[in-house]
Design a binder for this molecule. Structure first.
Ligand SMILES: [Zn+2]
Length: 259
């Protein structure tokens, strides 16, 4: 009977400790796409998530600082450092997410598809309906220019957001090098960050990794989050999140140790 009570208390003590445990020391790049899939979610939801994470001891750092530290294997021993990126370049990154980042004085990374911005109405409708599966519109070049001028990072995400699970070198060069060239031509800065579309390692071929790493010093997935790197240290792994996710879902990732 006593033993039974003891194991009962032990089990509940472990549950209590795990919900109160601090996030693990490390650096995490959290990657999202929008504020929320719904269009009427207020930006405060992201602000509240940041406040709650801060309450758990999370420290926020600028994206470029996080990328540099990870690439140079400068992993913190005690702090849980978190930086943010967003893929696909949706308009609400500018109108809803940027104001929250401004409040927190935080610089993030935005990975964009040039043809989603440059394309005609038909292209954009097809992109939304069949590629990224949302009705959200892209940011304009002036919005992206402003993000850049305010210290955020603009990265490439291919021209058309197609799967790069192919060995077709011409296609890969067109999508990867082409997106770098178009963004640089428009913004007048060097683009050194690239994120694979769809993020998962199963959508990335070895040839695609070679082309991306030859073109960009910083290349990212959104997969394999328990490890800092994939493809023999050549790809930096980011962790998926969205601004309106429940706190516990985000904390779950931050509590797992990165290797
Ligand atoms: Zn994407």
């Amino acid at each position: 009977m006593i033993l039974k009570y003891r194991s009962f208390f032990r089990k509940h003590l472990i549950n209590f400790l795990s919900t109160s445990a601090k996030p693990n020391a490390g650096i995490h790049i959290l990657n999202g796409h929008f504020l929320s899939l719904k269009n009427d979610t207020p930006p405060e939801i992201f602000h509240k998530l940041l406040e709650s994470l801060k309450g758990y001891g999370v420290k926020f750092i600028d994206f470029e600082e996080a990328a540099f530290k990870i690439k140079n294997r400068e992993f913190p021993q005690n702090d849980c450092l978190v930086a943010f990126t967003w893929d696909d370049g949706f308009e609400e990154c500018f109108s809803k997410i940027k104001p929250v980042l401004d409040y927190w004085d935080l610089k993030a990374g935005f990975f964009i598809n040039p043809n989603f911005i440059d394309g005609d109405q038909n292209y954009k409708e097809n992109f939304k309906k069949n590629v990224v599966l949302t009705d959200k519109n892209p940011m304009s070049w002036p919005m992206i220019q402003q993000l850049l001028e305010e210290g955020h990072t603009i990265g490439a995400h291919t021209l058309d957001h197609l799967s790069l699970k192919t060995d077709d070198l011409g296609f890969l060069k067109h999508q990867i090098e082409g997106s770098k060239k178009r963004i640089e031509e428009q913004l007048g800065v060097e683009v050194i960050h690239f994120a694979f579309p769809f993020g998962q390692l199963k959508y990335i071929s070895e040839v695609a990794v070679e082309v991306a790493c030859k073109t960009f010093p910083y290349v990212y997935s959104q997969d394999n989050y328990r490890h800092y790197f994939s493809f023999d240290g050549r790809i930096i792994n980011r962790r998926h999140f969205e601004c309106d996710w429940p706190l516990n879902h985000v904390l779950y990732f931050l509590k797992s140790k990165s290797l």
